[in-house]
Design a protein around this ligand. Structure first.
Ligand SMILES: NC(=O)CC[C@H](N)C(=O)O
Length: 356
C-alpha cells in the first residue's frame, strides 16, 4: 500500500505505508543520529511530530522496553528510508511490529535525503502523512503541548537517597530520572502545574526542570511560580526546562529554522573552552541578547551555529543546558552535569547550615 507525505509547501513524498492510523498530521523534523531510535520514538519531547530518520536503516537492533523513555510512542508518524525486518535478538520486538501495535504510522522507502534537504532549505514544516486510499486529516494549528502526569510519585534506589530532588515534569525522559537516582537522589516527580506551596511542602534539596514538547512560551502563566522556585532552591534545567528558566527570569526564546536533533552536536563550555559532543532534540533556543538583565551567563554555546546551549546564574545555584546530558546511546560525557547539580545542592546545604 502506498503512503503519501504532503508538506505544507505542497511537496509530496511517497513511500510504502506500513500501518497505523490512516492519516496524521504533525510538524516534520529530522534526526541525524545513527543509533538511538528507541530513545527518539519514546521521548515525550517528540510528541505530535513526524520524525524523519536520516540514517538509512532503522530498526536493526529491534526495540527493548528497557530502552524506552516513556510508556508511549510519542511522534505522530515516522518516516524512514528502510525499515529493518530481519533477524533481531531474543527478547526484542521488531521495529515495525512495535509501531504497528502502537498504531503509529510508518512510511518506508521514502527518499529521506531529498526530504531532509527540503526541510533544511525551507525549515521545519507541518505535513500530513496518509495512506493513499484514505483522505488526509484537516490541518489544524493546535500545538501538541500538555504532557501531564496525574499525580506526583517518588522514586529512589533502595536504601539510597541522600538528596531529595523534585523533578518538575513537562514530559520527562526516564533516563533523567534514572540519572538522578544513580546520583543518590530520592526523586519526586510532580506535574508542571504544581503550586509553589505544594513543592515547598515536599522539602526538596533541589529542583530539576525537565525536557518536554512544544513552545516553552505556552507556559507563560507559570513563569512567576518557576522564578520564585528558582530563587529558593538549587535548580538544574534540561532542554525545555532550560528554556523555561531563561524565560522566567525575563529572557526570550525563538524558533530555529529546523532545530537540532542528533547525537553529535558539539558544544563549548564557556568557562573552560572545552568542546564536547552532545545529544540534542529541540526547535527553540534562548536568545543570547535577551539575557542581559536575567542574571544568567552563557555556560555552553553551540559550535556549529553559535546558539546558546547552557546557562549559569551569577548569584543563584541555578544552571541549565539545552542539550541532553542524560542521553543514551548518545555521548555520555555530560553525565558530570548531574554531579555538578549534586555539588550545588551540597554547597547550598552548607550555606544554610552556616546561617542557621
Ligand atoms: N527536548 C526538549 O525538551 C525540547 C524543548 C522544546 N520543545 C523545543 O523543541 O525546543
Amino acid at each position: 500500500m502506498k503512503g503519501l507525505l504532503t508538506l505544507a509547501n505542497g511537496t509530496v513524498f511517497t513511500g510504502q505505508w506500513e500501518g497505523g492510523h490512516e492519516s496524521v498530521e504533525g510538524e516534520t523534523v529530522f534526526f541525524t543520529g545513527m543509533t538511538g531510535y528507541e530513545e527518539v520514538l519514546s521521548d515525550p519531547s517528540y510528541k505530535g511530530q513526524i520524525v524523519v530518520f536520516s540514517y538509512p536503516l532503522i530498526g536493526n537492533y529491534g526495540i527493548s522496553e528497557e530502552n524506552m523513555e516513556s510508556k508511549k510512542i510519542q511522534p505522530a508518524g515516522v518516516i524512514v528510508a528502510e525499515g529493518y525486518s530481519g533477524y533481531i535478538n531474543d527478547g526484542k520486538t521488531p521495529f515495525l511490529s512495535y509501531l504497528n501495535k502502537a498504531e503509529v504510522p510508518v512510511m518506508t522507502g521514502v527518499d529521506t535525503r531529498t526530504l531532509i534537504q527540503s526541510i533544511r532549505t525551507e525549515g521545519s514544516m507541518k505535513a500530513v502523512m496518509h495512506k493513499q486510499s484514505s483522505s488526509p486529516v484537516q490541518t489544524s494549528n493546535t500545538v501538541p503541548f500538555k504532557v501531564k502526569q496525574a499525580a506526583s510519585s517518588t522514586f529512589s534506589a533502595s536504601g539510597k537517597g541522600n538528596f531529595h530532588v523534585v523533578l518538575i515534569d513537562f514530559g520527562y525522559k526516564k533516563s533523567i530520572l534514572q540519572s538522578l537516582v544513580d546520583h543518590q537522589c530520592k526523586v519526586t516527580v510532580v506535574p508542571y502545574d504544581t503550586p509553589f506551596h505544594q513543592i515547598e511542602k515536599l522539602q526538596p534539596d533541589g529542583l530539576l526542570f525537565s525536557n518536554g514538547p512544544g513552545d516553552p512560551k505556552e507556559l507563560i502563566s507559570w513563569f512567576p511560580v518557576y522564578k520564585k522556585l528558582a530563587e529558593r532552591y538549587p535548580c538544574f534545567g534540561i532542554c525545555l526546562g532550560h528554556q523555561i528558566l531563561a524565560l522566567a527570569f525575563g529572557g526570550n526564546t525563538k524558533k530555529l529554522k529546523f532545530g537540532h536533533r542528533g547525537a553529535n552536536h558539539p558544544v563549548m563550555n564557556m568557562k573552560t573552552g572545552k568542546v564536547s559532543m552532545s545529544s540534542q532534540n529541540h526547535s527553540y533556543v534562548v536568545e543570547k541578547d535577551s539575557l542581559i538583565e536575567t542574571g544568567f551567563d552563557v555556560l555552553f554555546r553551540n559550535v556549529n551555529d553559535d546558539s546558546v546551549e547552557g546557562l549559569t546564574h551569577r548569584n543563584l545555584p541555578v544552571f541549565s543546558v539545552q542539550f541532553h546530558p542524560e542521553a543514551a546511546p548518545g555521548p555520555r560525557e555530560h553525565q558530570q552535569l548531574f554531579e555538578q547539580f549534586i555539588t550545588s545542592i551540597q554547597n547550598s546545604k552548607k550555606k544554610v547550615k552556616q546561617y542557621a
